[in-house]
Design a protein around this ligand. Structure first.
Ligand SMILES: [Zn+2]
Length: 304
């Protein structure tokens, strides 16, 4: 079975009608159970991240302010979520979840979180619905432990992974790759190790061709001990914030392609869900489940 990390605290309490689709985390867990990707009682639950863990990639003052649910109005506005104890706990749970999924990926070849991919969070601030950069924390912890020497971040969320790029801009051990809508948030970009800007309304075939032209060479060149794959579903044509025009089939093919290509080269993969914005939370959860379906199919393949 695929290892899937989930924590009930991923779904924080925020005001009814808030534009962030918080319900998608619990809805995704239900989809995975319904489809038999995870057995009843089969989710792996992390302990929420400690202060020391989160400071592997974030400034202590910022981490403390989030832990205390005591951010300035301006810092809160930049994140776009009210920094309550529930939202603070969610950030700690998701961060621990991605680290746990990464450890499971190192052991089993692949593992997924049902949250994560908070790629706009930088060292001393959060932004764009991202409080702690879970992938950056997990990468920094595993590097510090000596569990891995080289990491590749493959960020296919439709927005640039600016926070991750900022955090690792001077760290040659982490290669950051982001492919995203050229006209999308954030306006002020960081420099990833590789950025690919995609034009508005790009469709499946063109999108997949870019990925197929890029990923195999990138894996051979960087030879990562671990890949973090941000499978944001906001490139979907119906996404409220996306600007691209992928179909569900296109997203499913993308996820299968990334996972298979990494595994074929012997590179373990940690899947995180990234962004996705749809008023219909159930439909959105089914869309995020493409990642877990692809990962479950990969693990069932003979020889693994
Ligand atoms: Zn996004």
């Amino acid at each position: 079975m695929l290892s899937v990390v989930h924590h009930p605290a991923y779904r924080a309490e925020i005001p009814e009608g808030h534009r962030f689709p918080m319900g998608k985390y619990s809805a995704l867990a239900r989809v995975l159970l319904r489809e038999g990707i995870v057995r009843e009682g089969g989710f792996i639950e992390p302990d929420v991240a400690s202060f020391d863990l989160v400071t592997a990639a974030h400034a202590p003052d910022y981490v403390q302010a989030v832990f205390d649910a005591n951010l300035s109005r301006e810092a809160e506005r930049r994140i776009g979520l009210p920094m309550t104890p529930s939202v603070s706990l969610r950030a700690r749970a998701a961060t621990a979840g991605t680290l746990l999924a990464a450890r499971l990926a190192l052991a089993n070849g692949i593992a997924c979180n049902t949250a994560g991919g908070s790629h706009h969070a930088a060292r001393d601030y959060g932004a764009g619905f991202c409080t702690f950069n879970d992938v950056a924390v997990a990468a920094a912890v595993l590097l510090a432990e000596g569990a891995v020497d080289r990491i590749l971040v493959v960020d296919c969320d439709v927005h640039q992974g600016d926070g991750t790029a900022f955090i690792f801009e001077n760290d040659p051990r982490v290669f950051t790759f982001s492919m995203h809508g050229e006209k999308n948030y954030p306006v002020r970009r960081a420099a990833s190790d590789l950025d690919i800007d995609l034009p508005d309304r790009m469709e499946d075939e063109d999108y997949l061709a870019v990925l197929e032209d890029t990923l195999p060479g990138l894996l051979s060149r960087t030879r990562p001990d671990l890949v973090f794959y941000n499978a944001g579903v906001d490139p979907h044509r119906d996404d409220r914030l996306g600007r691209l025009a992928l179909t569900d089939e296109g997203l499913a093919r993308r996820d299968a392609y990334v996972i298979e290509t990494c595994l074929r080269q012997g590179r373990p993969v940690t899947g995180v869900i990234g962004g996705g914005y749809d008023h219909d939370v159930e439909r959105l959860a089914r869309r995020h489940a493409h990642l877990h379906r692809a990962a479950a199919a990969a693990i069932r393949r003979p020889g693994r």
